[in-house]
Design a binder for this molecule. Structure first.
Ligand SMILES: C[S@@+](CC[C@H](N)C(=O)[O-])C[C@H]1O[C@@H](n2cnc3c(N)ncnc32)[C@H](O)[C@@H]1O
Length: 353
């Protein structure tokens, strides 16, 4: 299959012309570059089966998770023929123009420098998002993890690709999640930047969402404006009068989660979860996203898997996964992490032909 066929099938025909469009120098649809090139093929180097599983080499129809060493565009193109409209949940934590080179010890894990050229970065991000969109199942969700440097650009781009409207109903934008943490220093001038932003988009108005699986206890929240009461059984309740009505609830009732997450801490230096990969995210963060936006056996994709947090959590929660990274160090760490954890399915390690 040729790349052009894929792009034709998934060109921006869904583009809603009433949306604002972000423009940068040399902006182009990736199709313009790749019209005549055949799509890349993935080859398998290794298969890792769960411990104790007997392997039938003739059995080719068994599901295999995939760990791919490749640039995200090549991998995403190679996945299109088999997986278009099939991925239930995408989580990506791409480089976000920090201007830094990330190392583990002396080894470079990856560079996030872009010659300080925002146009180059925006084109790169755009190509990634354009190739992710057609892989998403009609009821699928995408979460993209960014920070103050580029979130605003990504949001305009995603509104353009996913469509949607200003009221956030229907397809497109669902939430801007603020992941608040305490690590890092405090500047003298200006406010300390203590959060990342995770944008949540869906391909349609039908999508998987289980707030009840990640609900918070009301009791964990401070409320200065409410009156506290304790009943005969010792249960605490909180009451407020508003617009002539009385609202009251018990402290141990559950409520759906808000878009500010301040209960998941950054991995500190001595955290047992730490692999040594520079920008590793906590498993608790992925656990929340996977529980809310996917079902068991669903397919989860991360094309910037780094230390492997997404596939590791997907395994633990019984989700199938495809993970990719262009860094050999990332592949090594992810592979090691997976091999030392309990697994439900085999996984193949692949790269481009
Ligand atoms: C912020 S890190 C991801 C960290 C990961 N979420 C974790 O918790 O370990 C970004 C990753 O994107 C990878 N990356 C950068 N450019 C890439 C590209 N063009 N294709 C595939 N991976 C890329 C880097 O190697 C790096 O591992």
């Amino acid at each position: 299959m040729r790349r052009s066929l894929i792009y034709e099938r998934f060109s921006l025909s869904w583009r809603n012309n009433s949306m604002a469009e972000l423009v940068w120098k040399n902006k182009h649809h990736p199709d313009d570059q790749h019209k005549i090139t055949a799509i890349p093929l993935l080859i398998t180097h290794q298969q890792h089966h769960p411990q104790g599983e007997s392997v039938d080499p003739l059995c080719t129809d068994q599901w295999r998770n995939r760990l791919i060493l490749a640039d995200r565009c090549d991998a995403l193109l190679a996945l299109q023929p088999e997986f278009s409209d099939s991925v239930n949940l995408i989580y990506i934590d791409p480089p976000f123009m920090t201007g830094r080179t990330f190392r583990s010890g002396r080894e470079v894990a990856y560079k996030d420098t872009w010659h300080n050229n925002l146009d180059t970065y925006l084109q790169w991000l755009y190509e990634t998002l354009i190739l992710l969109y057609p892989l998403l199942a009609p009821d699928g969700s995408l979460y993209i993890h960014l920070d103050w440097r580029v979130t605003h650009y990504a949001r305009v781009m995603l509104d353009d690709i996913f469509g949607g409207n200003a009221h956030a109903d229907g397809a497109g934008f669902k939430n801007e999640i603020i992941w608040q943490y305490q690590s890092g220093g405090r500047p003298q001038k200006g406010y300390a930047r203590k959060h990342d932003t995770i944008l949540f988009y869906t391909k349609s108005e039908q999508y998987t969402f289980h707030g009840e699986r990640i609900s918070e206890r009301r009791g964990t929240h401070r409320r200065n404006h409410m009156r506290k009461a304790i009943d005969e059984q010792g249960r605490i309740s909180w009451t407020i009068r508003s617009a002539g009505r009385i609202y009251s609830y018990h402290e141990d009732t559950l409520m759906s989660p808000s878009d500010v997450w301040s209960d998941i801490s950054h991995l500190h230096q001595k955290d047992p979860e730490r692999t040594g990969y520079a920008t590793q995210k906590p498993e608790a963060l992925l656990e929340r996203i996977l529980l809310a936006s996917s079902e068991e056996n669903d397919l989860v994709l991360d094309c910037f898997c780094g230390s492997g947090v997404t596939p590791v959590v997907a395994e633990r929660l019984g989700r199938r996964w495809i993970a990719c990274d262009q860094s050999e160090m990332a592949l090594r760490m992810t592979s090691e992490r997976l091999l030392s954890s309990e697994r439900k399915w085999p996984f193949s390690v692949q790269s481009l032909e």
